[in-house]
Design a protein around this ligand. Structure first.
Ligand SMILES: C[S@@+](CC[C@H](N)C(=O)[O-])C[C@H]1O[C@@H](n2cnc3c(N)ncnc32)[C@H](O)[C@@H]1O
Length: 321
């Protein structure tokens, strides 16, 4: 079946090539031009595109992302289908992933896997710790839908924090998608300007309750001082036993994303890359040093790409308060 599925894939991919190019441009146009026109983040679109892809390729059940992706104005699931249909047919015929998307072995992840791998690793940590927590705070929530699926729990208060315009667009899109968000408290926050915890407390956050903070795909867009300040604030305003789940990127990853084309693409929607960790040598030590410096401990970690010569290009880490 693998061989037959490969032949079908090849024929389809060749026939689909012009349509795939059209799909690529539709998705790119919506992500960049429409995001710019709306004054919202284009990077949050990349995440929902990845989550939609994981869902349709049976990698991760996520009906909320599938429905939300159909209703946000700055992506196109039609365009994504045009790009991915041959790969999807191949996957459905053979039951195996081929090229993209795929689930690589731990440590052997490549750049094209990072969004999917980080999502799966973060899910694993949340699944393990959420039962012990009273509150779930998503820092820089973007189009994340964890609050509307498996991790929605009776008795766990959920707060989503994000920049105001992104959040307004998400709330309107959730409504359009018919996704119930009544159990979520939305708090508009800019980590670089606002007192995050003042706003959280005003919205009902209880600093005496054990809390899991999810900070996925955000630290790389912040200045180091804002990353450190947020960690310090968490430590000050959350009781022992609370947890931060975050991803940090190697300096070389940030440098690569700061190359002229990538930089211009991000600057188009007023986004820039910021904080990177030195992970080239002694990467475990480096993470320990950074996290320990802010008075927190390191729990479970996933160093993506760690089996490569240059060392990991990012890490997903559980940090203990
Ligand atoms: C790549 S998206 C990740 C979204 C989400 N965490 C996820 O994984 O689906 C980056 C998010 O960080 C948020 N962000 C970036 N800088 C921020 C800041 N200074 N204050 C608040 N949010 C910020 C953006 O608004 C955006 O939603």
């Amino acid at each position: 079946m693998r061989f037959l599925s490969f032949v079908v894939f090849l024929v389809l991919q060749i026939a689909f090539l012009p349509l795939a190019v059209v799909g690529f441009f539709i998705v790119g146009y919506k992500q960049m031009v429409v995001s710019k026109r709306l004054g919202v983040s284009q990077t949050m679109v990349e995440v929902i595109n990845a989550r939609w892809t994981m869902h349709v390729f049976d990698m991760r059940e996520d009906m909320a992302s599938a429905r939300l992706a159909d209703c946000v104005p700055n992506t196109s699931t039609f365009g994504l289908w045009l790009v991915l249909l041959p790969l999807w047919v191949k996957y459905k015929m053979s039951g195996a992933y081929f090229g993209y998307p795929r689930v690589p072995d731990e440590g052997r992840e490549g750049y094209s896997d990072f969004m999917m791998a980080r999502t799966l690793y973060i899910d694993r940590i949340i699944r393990r710790v959420l039962g012990d927590m009273d509150q779930f705070v998503l820092l820089g929530a973007g189009y994340d839908t964890r609050a509307y699926g498996e991790f929605k729990r009776d008795g766990t208060a959920i707060f989503e924090l994000d920049q105001a315009r992104n959040q307004e667009l998400k709330i309107a899109s959730l409504d359009r998608a018919g996704i119930d968000a009544a159990h979520v408290t939305f708090v508009p926050v800019d980590f670089s300007r606002d007192d995050t915890f003042e706003k959280l407390r005003a919205a009902g956050y209880d600093p005496t309750k054990k809390t899991i903070f999810l900070w996925e795909g955000v630290t790389l867009y912040l200045a180091e001082k804002d990353v450190r300040k947020t960690l310090r604030d968490v430590r000050e305003h959350a009781p022992p036993g609370s947890v931060v789940v975050a991803d940090f990127y190697a300096e070389r990853f940030i440098r690569m994303g700061s190359g002229s084309l990538a930089k211009k693409t991000l600057e188009y929607t007023d986004e820039t890359l910021g904080f990177g960790l030195s992970l080239a040598t002694d990467y475990e030590q480096s993470l320990q040093g950074f996290v320990g410096g802010e008075g927190m401990s390191v729990g479970e970690t996933f160093f993506l790409g760690s089996s490569g010569k240059k060392g990991p290009f990012m890490v997903v880490a559980e940090l203990g308060v």
